[in-house]
Design a protein around this ligand. Structure first.
Ligand code: ADP
Ligand code: MG
Length: 287
């Protein structure tokens, strides 16, 4: 039978907007030595703003944004939301839209194949594109195999993201890992700002799963556990593979909530250490 005090811990957590799916997760939290975080929407606001639009010669910035926005209309990714916010003109009609996790989108506009995505998307399609080296997340656009230009968008860390890492360090958790599908330049800059101990960039969802598996192996050898914190978009497989999966941002993504063990309502990553604090107190009551 479950000690009553575990319910006490779950209750205390729920009053702080932290929903724990079982007392076993509360107990497991006491053994965590590694916490991995998704970047976009988890450690950063996930609210990008467009900072530059760089079309090739015969394309106008307006046209480039129109094509990108029309295709992104089919996505709920934070990148899509930001591009649609930056473009208020008329949208083109888009067909056959496919979202490819960690790459971007492919669609058809007036019979022409359009790709809106990152370096990997351009390389995979064999597009001869011009690399944009600005500091930010870069979205490239191609139509009928021709490169049309790039859009730079910037996101910023959440207000309590640095504190979230610091509080974990204070609890003796020195392994804090940032995982991102975003580029190396922006990924390292944010990891440096937040002082995570490790950062992995340019990851596809399956690469994130592989890194989690490696971290699990290392922690389990020391009888420790790995927690992962994600905002849901593309993170479901990673949440399902970690010892303790935290879904952030409330009930935004059903699949993420389903795959997670703990749901953090709202969007403060510092609630991860708060949950650990509750877990530790709960154990003390049991002993
Ligand atoms: P993160 O790991 O930082 O949360 P994601 O895994 O959601 O990011 O996405 C990784 C990368 O894939 C993005 O940085 C972007 O380059 C590309 N990407 C994903 N979705 C889109 C989209 N809707 N439009 C353009 N690019 C996208
Ligand atoms: Mg994300």
């Amino acid at each position: 039978s479950v000690p009553l005090s575990f319910f006490g811990g779950i209750g205390a957590a729920s009053r702080q907007g932290i929903l724990i799916k079982g007392s076993n997760y509360l107990e497991a939290l006491n053994s965590v030595d590694t916490v991995a975080f998704d970047k976009t929407g988890t450690l950063t606001k996930g609210q990008f703003s467009v900072t530059s639009v760089t079309p090739v010669n015969d394309v106008s910035p307006e046209q480039l944004l129109q094509i990108a926005a029309s295709v992104e209309k089919n996505s709920t990714h934070p990148i899509a939301v930001s591009i649609l916010k930056a473009y208020s003109g008329k949208l083109l009609s888009v067909e056959n839209s496919h979202e490819q996790a960690g790459h971007g989108l492919v669609a058809t506009i007036a019979g022409e194949k359009v790709i809106v995505g990152n370096d990997k998307a351009m390389q995979q399609a064999g597009i001869d594109y011009v690399k944009n080296t600005a500091l930010g997340t870069i979205i490239y656009v191609a139509k009928s195999q021709r490169f049309l230009g790039s859009i730079v968008i910037s996101d910023e860390p959440k207000r309590d993201a640095r504190k979230a890492i610091q509080l974990l360090n204070n609890r003796g958790i020195s392994q804090t890992v940032m995982l991102t599908g975003d580029n190396q330049k922006i990924g390292s800059a944010i990891a440096k700002k937040l002082k995570t101990s490790d950062v992995y960039t340019d990851l596809l969802p399956e690469n994130k799963v592989q890194i989690i598996k490696n971290l699990l192996q290392k922690s389990h050898q020391a009888n420790k556990k790995v927690a992962f914190v994600g905002d849901g978009i593309n993170d479901t497989p990673v949440l399902a593979n970690s010892d303790i999966g935290f879904a952030m941002g409330g009930l935004g993504s059903d699949a993420a909530v389903e795959a997670s063990d703990i749901v953090i309502m709202g969007d403060e990553p510092s609630k991860v250490s708060k949950t650990m604090k509750i877990a530790k107190k709960t154990r003390r009551v049991v002993l």
